[in-house]
Design a protein around this ligand. Structure first.
Ligand code: CMP
Length: 138
């Protein structure tokens, strides 16, 4: 069944000039962009978006990183979107990511790992509506 996932091109990848390269990989893999924006998260936004990680030792660094510059956020549609997108981006740690995956190609470290991908259909819906109103989804 066709469904949706949510992604962000993170500040490291934007700073390093990889927006185009990453979007090319995403569209070449058959994902349709149904919503997209160039934006910057506030501290409050990042703390809310990553609330599930708030007890983790890396939480403060994660919020600092995700707010230090602009990101591209998008909702993507495809058959089996969540699972296929996680395969396309590769492991959280780019050192462990498979050859040809977005993180292998564009990420620098486990913290600065170039892209986000939702981990479930439920979280895809929550994360997508955190970033986009209904009118911004086409
Ligand atoms: P993502 O899976 O998109 O969302 C949670 C983020 O937390 C993850 O990407 C990484 O950017 C970050 N993260 C996860 N594990 C670690 C870690 N061990 N050290 C630093 N950052 C991490």
């Amino acid at each position: 069944t066709t469904n949706r996932t949510f992604t962000m091109i993170k500040p490291d990848a934007v700073e390093n000039g990889h927006i185009g390269g990453i979007l090319d990989k995403i569209t070449a893999a058959g994902f349709k962009i149904v919503a997209m924006k160039y934006t910057q998260l506030s501290k409050r936004d990042a703390e809310a978006f990553y609330a599930v990680h708030k007890e983790r030792p890396f939480f403060a660094d994660l919020v600092t990183f995700m707010t230090r510059g602009p990101i591209v956020s998008a909702i993507l549609e495809k058959e089996n979107a969540v699972e296929d997108f996680r395969a396309l981006i590769g492991a959280t740690n780019p050192a462990e990511a498979a050859e040809g995956t977005i993180r292998k190609m564009f990420a620098t470290s486990i913290g600065e790992n170039a892209v986000h991908g939702s981990d479930s259909d439920e979280n895809a819906a929550i994360e997508g509506s955190f970033h986009f109103s209904g009118r911004e989804i086409y």
